[in-house]
Design a protein around this ligand. Structure first.
Ligand SMILES: [Zn+2]
Length: 152
């Protein structure tokens, strides 16, 4: 299984160049940990292309970080026609829509990578995790802790 870092690094320069066109639909985006705490599930809708696309990312760790292995899905054509089978061979996707057909024209070497929708969703999730951790840090150094108050 590929890590978030490996997926980001494998992404084509063309996707990165055009990333500004895409944005996360916050109303339809959710980050949840699974009930057993084995992975985090991110479900996101990303707009900006021909039509909004639905992505999902499973991060196999207690928090979202670039070293964590991840498993991805997107409903867009690029993912289905070029990336789904390639990522499945690396254990980071399941072949759902590509109908088990090898992308002989679009990605003959089966190079991994992610589409702009997944890129936007992953970046936003990493940022959200960072902000969450910073907030938690700030709460830990709150001005007067309840313990100190008791001792007075
Ligand atoms: Zn996509």
């Amino acid at each position: 299984m590929l890590s978030i870092e490996q997926l980001l690094k494998a992404t084509s320069p063309e996707v990165i160049r055009n990333i500004g066109r895409y944005h996360l639909d916050l109303a339809h985006t959710k980050i949840d940990s699974d009930e057993h705490g084995n992975h985090i599930l991110i479900v996101a809708v990303v707009s900006g292309g021909e039509q909004p696309q639905k992505c999902s990312i499973r991060v196999f760790d207690k928090n979202i970080n670039i070293k964590a292995g991840c498993f991805v899905y997107c409903s867009c054509k690029m993912f289905i026609n070029k990336l789904e089978v390639a990522l499945a061979t690396q254990g980071s996707a399941k072949v759902i829509n590509a109908a088990q057909k090898l992308p002989t024209k679009t990605n003959p070497k089966l190079l991994p990578g992610i589409c702009p929708h997944l890129m936007v969703a992953i970046r936003a999730s990493l940022l959200a995790e960072q902000q969450k951790q910073e907030q938690q840090k700030q709460q830990k150094v709150a001005p007067i802790s309840p313990k100190l108050k008791k001792n007075r």
